[in-house]
Design a protein around this ligand. Structure first.
Ligand SMILES: NC(=O)c1ccc[n+]([C@@H]2O[C@H](COP(=O)([O-])OP(=O)(O)OC[C@H]3O[C@@H](n4cnc5c(N)ncnc54)[C@H](OP(=O)(O)O)[C@@H]3O)[C@@H](O)[C@H]2O)c1
Length: 257
């Protein structure tokens, strides 16, 4: 099977890198020439990747098409492209709802919204999908953890959580810099923080204990974990986080209307 990507940016590059680390079998991957830097690098690295300078040709020659252009230009690009009824179209465009996609991609009806994150490059992280499609879900489960939304509303709620990537690294950087400012060597500080976060994430993935119970399990009465948690709760950090997430959901929902 041939698969095609309209738009060769950050996400397409990460998905293709992940794909070549996986057992997924594809005959050929057809990609847009733009961005030239990315398409050149990918075609040099993987001999099954072919750069095309015509988006319609990518569609004509592919069974599955991934739409990976930014929302600002998506409308003008998509309105000039013609799809076939039997094609599977996977849209990465965060702001495009199903009503719009069905209308624009007609006569194709096999349409799936997907939110791969840059972590897909290492076959890690969630890929939010809507609606469920057995083959597409199976494809993404080989590139990370497919999280299938039951409704478009739930899809937006799950996408909201993908907005936490930068704050996660801000959090890690705060811990690292706190150590560095105390004269701990930068590589030691980074190893400490990365290893702690990896261990905690691994515990969360492997353990059946509810997250709220892990909070209890990972603090001792009158211990330092309890003290830091109480200090941050008192400062309203987590209440503010809830409020900010609601704002992000509102933005995603509005963009999808
Ligand atoms: N990044 C994420 O974490 C993430 C997560 C989930 C979903 N998404 C969604 O995925 C989509 C792509 O995101 P991204 O981060 O990969 O964006 P990006 O890096 O800006 O990639 C978009 C690509 O589209 C290319 N392009 C522009 N006009 C084109 C045309 N006429 N034909 C073919 N390609 C064209 C751009 O090339 P030029 O540079 O030459 O303009 C660029 O390489 C967006 O809709 C975004 O909302 C992103």
């Amino acid at each position: 099977m041939n698969i095609g990507f309209i738009g060769t940016g950050t996400i397409t590059t990460s998905v293709i890198e992940g794909l070549f680390r996986s057992k997924i079998k594809v005959k050929q991957i057809l990609i847009s020439e733009r961005s030239k830097k990315n398409s050149t690098a990918l075609s040099r690295k993987f001999k099954r990747v072919k750069v095309m300078n015509n988006n319609q040709e990518i569609i004509n020659k592919s069974s599955w098409i991934f739409i990976a252009v930014v929302p600002k230009v998506a409308k003008s690009i998509l309105q000039n492209l013609r799809f076939r009824k039997n094609q599977t179209i996977v849209s990465f465009i965060s702001t495009a709802n199903m009503t719009y996609l069905k209308k624009t991609l007609y006569p194709a009806t096999n349409i799936i919204k997907a939110a791969p994150l840059p972590t897909i490059k290492h076959k890690l992280g969630p890929i939010v999908l809507f609606p469920n499609n057995k083959k597409v879900t199976n494809f993404f489960n080989q590139l990370g953890k497919a999280v299938v939304a039951s409704t478009e509303k739930e899809n937006n709620q799950l996408w909201t959580i993908a907005s936490t990537m930068a704050i996660y690294f801000e959090f890690c950087n705060t811990l690292e810099m706190w150590l560095v400012n105390k004269k701990v060597k930068a590589d030691k500080a980074r190893a400490m923080v990365a290893s702690l976060m990896f261990g905690l994430s691994h515990t969360m993935l492997m353990s059946k204990t509810k997250t709220k119970d892990l909070i209890k399990e990972y603090q001792t009465k009158k211990g330092i974990n309890e003290e830091l948690l109480l200090r941050l709760k008192k400062a309203g950090v987590f209440t503010k986080m809830n409020g900010a997430l609601t704002k992000i959901l509102e933005r995603i929902t509005k963009a999808n209307d």
